[in-house]
Design a protein around this ligand. Structure first.
Ligand code: AMP
Length: 506
């Protein structure tokens, strides 16, 4: 079983339907994408001498070539190592060295950085810029047959975003990726052939993972010409391409609804926004629903069980008359079809409904382990269960509410405090643009709560006002003992707030 068969199937079934588009223009239909990929794959094995299981990395600003490269890699039975284009040279060096990648594809903006990083990655023999003759050369010659793979072969080394330490390469097999694809149809959506997806978020992460359910259904994958998320450009592409889906991080949804160009979105242009990867505050979610209509579906997953742990469907978002509608919007929804999800104590015993514990997951989407890291694998995979490091609670209807990463939880005077609960309250204040809550060591209480707050431009915010808001909404002991007003919060390349960095500022 080789995940590249999804493209072969699409080439047969959706032959002339555009597979890839660059901005407004069609790049390749499904048949020609398949042809191109099968020729490129022959070069990977013959010219570059790569064989089953070898790693091929890429560092590319979002572009059509990233899909060509990925499918050529799988067609040849190799393993893709997608890297976020915004990483630092040192981070690229770590991933290249750790994965032992033999070849790396780049866009021209990253040639110098990758060449610098390559000095620390002795296994890396070649760097190919996809805009040069070296890449064009890979398009000549005969097509090779699709390689035989076992379902357990690693297809994608997914480097975690490393908010708590060095990134780890989650090994995702062909089977994991196929299970994730089928789960999309079961729980998220079944997009019709000829509909579209705009890849505005990094292809190395969620948006790239969504390529599978799109390829398999003959959906046109559209890459913004800018290579990144520009709201007016994205709105233009949603209007241009039919029945459009898009994956956005919560902060990107917020930027969309706060940008004037959202009013130019044509009725019916947007089929679906899947959002996830970080918490979306209820106040933002309600505004998004009011502005965009019933087009939102939330996902909770992690690189170790990609895009699949729980989901909050479009229907639940729309069910405003439900007595617990708001509570449900604040949750991450119900367990996905393809996995079993439990909330457990430290010994792995299920905790009762309503009680908080660590979230663990089992199923065909769960990674086989971390690349070359048996210690981390043993910590995360225990008796077939993935320990997510996330803390949450189920309600009586099976809705899972995420509290926090277990490492971010604050323990003050013996009580657990979940930063997200306090952040939710602070976000209610109209002058708060963003905030993040962390624990500071305290000699008597163990830890005390500190809030970092970014005020909206021109707003006048005082600690007293925020304190009042907390006193009105949450238990006294949870309210921040210190408010730090800052211009911006430190974030990683996926827009996730780096609490580790905030803690160093305490
Ligand atoms: P990554 O492996 O980089 O995708 O990061 C996964 C982590 O992001 C999860 O373990 C969660 O802590 C967080 N996350 C993912 N989806 C959600 C969501 N829908 N709501 C809140 N946090 C999320």
């Amino acid at each position: 079983m080789n995940i590249a068969h999804l493209l072969l199937g699409a080439a047969q079934e959706f032959r002339d339907i555009p597979a890839l588009a660059r901005g407004d223009a069609v790049h390749l239909d499904h048949w020609n994408l398949w042809r191109k990929v099968s020729v490129m794959s022959a070069h990977l094995t013959a010219r570059f001498g790569l064989s089953r299981g070898d790693r091929v990395a890429f560092a590319m600003t979002n572009c059509v070539e990233s899909i060509e490269v990925m499918y050529a890699i799988w067609h040849a039975g190799l393993c893709a190592v997608p890297m976020n284009a915004k990483l630092h040279a040192r981070e690229f060096a770590f991933i290249l060295e750790n994965s032992g990648a033999r070849l790396c594809f780049v866009t021209p903006d990253l040639t110098t950085t990758i060449a610098e990083a390559a000095r620390e990655a002795p296994a890396l023999k070649e760097i190919v810029d996809v805009t040069t003759g070296a890449y064009a050369l890979m398009q000549g010659g005969d097509a090779g047959p699709v390689a035989d793979c076992e379902p357990t072969d690693t297809a994608w080394l997914f480097y975690t975003s490393g908010t708590t330490g060095r990134p780890k390469g989650a090994m995702l097999s062909h089977r994991n990726l196929l299970a994730m694809t089928l789960n999309y149809y079961a729980d998220v959506d079944r997009p019709p052939a000829g509909s579209s997806i705009v890849h505005a978020a990094p292809i190395s992460h969620g948006s790239g993972l969504w390529n599978f359910p799109m390829v398999a259904r003959g959906v046109t994958q559209v890459f913004p010409e800018s290579g990144h998320y520009d709201v007016p450009e994205t709105v233009g592409l949603m209007n241009r391409w039919p029945d459009c889906s898009i994956f956005l991080a919560p902060t990107m949804v917020k930027r969309l609804i706060e940008h004037g160009s959202v009013s130019e979105l044509k009725p019916g242009a947007l089929r679906l926004i899947t959002y996830g990867g970080a918490p979306m505050y209820v106040s933002d979610l309600k505004r998004a629903l009011d502005t965009l209509g019933n087009v939102l579906c939330q996902l909770y997953g992690q690189g170790e069980s990609p895009m699949t742990i729980t989901h909050l469907s479009r229907e639940i978002h729309a069910d405003r008359r439900h007595p617990r509608w708001e509570q449900r919007l604040a949750s991450a929804g119900l367990a996905d079809t393809c996995v079993e999800v439990r909330v457990v104590d430290d010994e792995g015993r299920k905790v009762p409904v309503g009680e908080v514990g660590e979230i663990i997951v089992k199923g065909d989407t769960v990674m086989s382990g971390y690349w070359n890291n048996p210690e981390a694998t043993a910590r995360s995979l225990r008796s077939g269960w993935l320990w997510t490091g996330d803390v949450g609670a189920f309600d009586e209807d099976g809705f899972l509410t995420l509290k926090d990463r277990s490492k971010d939880m604050i323990i003050s005077g013996g009580s657990n405090i979940y930063p997200r609960e306090i952040e939710d309250v602070l976000n209610l204040h109209p002058a708060v643009a963003e905030c993040s809550v962390v624990g500071r060591p305290h000699p008597e209480w163990g830890e005390e709560v500190v809030a970092f707050v970014v005020a909206r431009p021109g707003a006048n915010l005082s600690p007293a006002e925020l304190d009042r808001l907390c006193l009105d909404n949450i238990a006294r002991f949870k309210r921040p003992k210190d408010y730090r007003f800052v211009d911006a919060l430190p974030k990683n390349n996926y827009g996730k707030i780096l609490k580790t960095e905030l803690r160093t500022k305490l």
